[in-house]
Design a protein around this ligand. Structure first.
Ligand SMILES: C[C@@H]1N[C@@H](C(=O)NCc2ccccc2)[C@H](O)[C@@H]1O
Length: 452
């Protein structure tokens, strides 16, 4: 093991109340909103297919030209309460919003740069409106903050000279001041989601990443910090040079989920996957025909998949420059929300169930419960759902979550193996079966292992 000054500060999962709440939330809404939402991927009549929040670089727009978008930011259709109500109906328990993305524009009236909401026609503290509206709906709010900053002249991608290190040191002070401002002025913030920390300049300043984590935790005790902020003494990121996770949860799953068989080790730490609805658009893009757009069912399966592997799922919305939410996103919120209203109990406060993944779908289990949840996306033509249980687990009664009176046949077919008999019919939404299980007793050893 290497002696590290800026490595992991602890090992294992945090079990304090704040982290338990973060974990039990399971389902969150990501919001990417900034000046990039105004052009929405189109510049001088040309549509750029790359991520809309990178239009500045895709269309080679000068900083001066890009920054003048600030004078156009006046979201006439913005209504924080409507956003929060939609999120509530979707069934999210938390929301993570871009306070400052790579463009450097701040949604809050920061004392440390004029490139912020107070100098737009909108003027008001829009971040506060959003935080208050979501909190009023009982939804926790987290802050995304990009360390990478295209606006600030002191930002550096690498440190190649004395001048670089002096400028970048100014930048790090600026960023730390902004973060302290956010943690102080928005006291209900529950977590910080760092991004834009992959460049050599940050990797060479691991000390700063730990200093920021400590500062935030002293200003806002219990606050949760993602692994993406941290670099250790040797520039190792997410995990330190001893392989230990830094920060409070792994946030490297971006537009992908862990493999439900190969990556089973992720169940031993907290993690969150963040997901776009198109293939790769975080900020609003006018033309979603340029890539696959995930259906509500595809996204719902990802949410269940994440819960089944002990992780959170953060689904991204990109509001338009006028503050309205596009119809595709409204539809997804409604469809997922309708399912969550009936079946949310297999997601909230649920975790990895400890069973072998089967083809028909996913297992989840509420902490300490003797109830096993089976969420079925792929109904076998046989109607027979195979379940391999850990030694000592016995399956007893089963029923569809929505029809507790109608028993589903549970058949023990071999040692630690069962078949559940699903009625054969057309199912048009993910089905949930709850199974009463018993861990205690050793099941009678009535099965003979084959001699091979
Ligand atoms: C969570 C996502 N992370 C950002 C991202 O992919 N940045 C990578 C990147 C940064 C700079 C130029 C090209 C690509 C995206 O814009 C989202 O915020």
């Amino acid at each position: 093991r290497l002696e590290l000054k800026y490595g992991a500060q602890y090992t294992g999962k945090r079990t304090d109340a704040a982290m338990n709440k973060w974990r039990s939330n399971r389902f969150g809404q990501f919001i990417h909103w900034g000046l990039y939402a105004i052009p929405g991927g189109v510049w001088n009549g040309k549509t750029y297919n790359y991520a809309a929040e990178f239009l500045k670089s895709s269309a080679h727009i000068s900083t001066a030209t890009w920054d003048s978008l600030m004078y156009k930011f006046n979201p006439k259709k913005f209504n924080a309460k409507e956003w929060a109500k939609m999120a509530k109906k979707m069934g999210v328990k938390y929301m993570t919003i871009t306070t400052k993305h790579h463009e450097g524009f701040c949604l809050w009236p920061s004392r440390y740069t004029d490139f912020n909401i107070s100098n737009t026609p909108y003027k008001k503290d829009i971040l506060k409106e959003i935080v208050d509206a979501y909190n009023a709906e009982g939804i926790d709010v987290n802050f995304y903050y990009s360390v990478l900053d295209w606006h600030n002249p002191d930002w550096r991608y690498d440190i190649k000279s004395k001048e670089d290190s002096i400028a970048f040191r100014r930048y790090l002070d600026f960023a730390e001041n902004q973060l302290k401002e956010l943690a102080t002025n928005y006291p209900t913030v529950k977590a910080f989601w760092f991004d834009g920390t992959w460049d050599a300049s940050v990797k060479k300043n691991g000390w700063w990443t730990l200093e920021v984590e400590k500062m935030l935790k002293s200003v806002r005790p219990g606050v949760i910090i993602n692994s993406r902020l941290r670099a250790d003494d040797y520039g190792s990121r997410h995990k330190d040079s001893n392989g230990e996770l830094m920060g409070d949860y792994e946030s490297g799953y971006e537009r992908r989920l862990p493999d439900p068989v190969k990556d089973i080790k992720v169940t031993s730490w907290d993690w969150e996957a963040c997901m776009t609805i198109p293939e790769n658009q975080w900020g609003y893009h006018q033309d979603w025909s340029i890539s696959h757009v995930k259906s509500p069912l595809e996204l719902l399966e990802m949410l269940v998949h994440a819960t089944s592997m002990g992780g959170n799922f953060l689904l991204n919305f990109g509001p338009k420059g006028d503050g309205s939410i596009r119809s595709e996103e409204q539809n997804i919120a409604k469809t997922i929300g309708d399912w969550m209203a009936v079946n949310g109990q297999v997601i909230y406060n649920c975790d990895y169930a400890g069973l072998k993944k089967q083809d028909w779908g996913y297992f989840t289990r509420e902490k300490g419960s003797n109830q096993l949840n089976m969420v079925i996306f792929n109904v076998p033509v046989s109607g027979l759902l195979h379940v391999d249980v850990p030694k000592g687990m016995i399956l007893k009664k089963a029923h569809f979550l929505t029809t507790p009176g109608q028993q589903i046949k549970v058949e023990e077919i071999a040692k630690n193996q069962y078949l559940l008999h699903m009625p054969i019919k057309l199912y048009t939404s993910p089905q949930v079966i709850v199974v009463e299980c018993d861990n205690g007793k050793e099941n009678a050893n009535k099965y003979q292992d084959a001699k091979t």
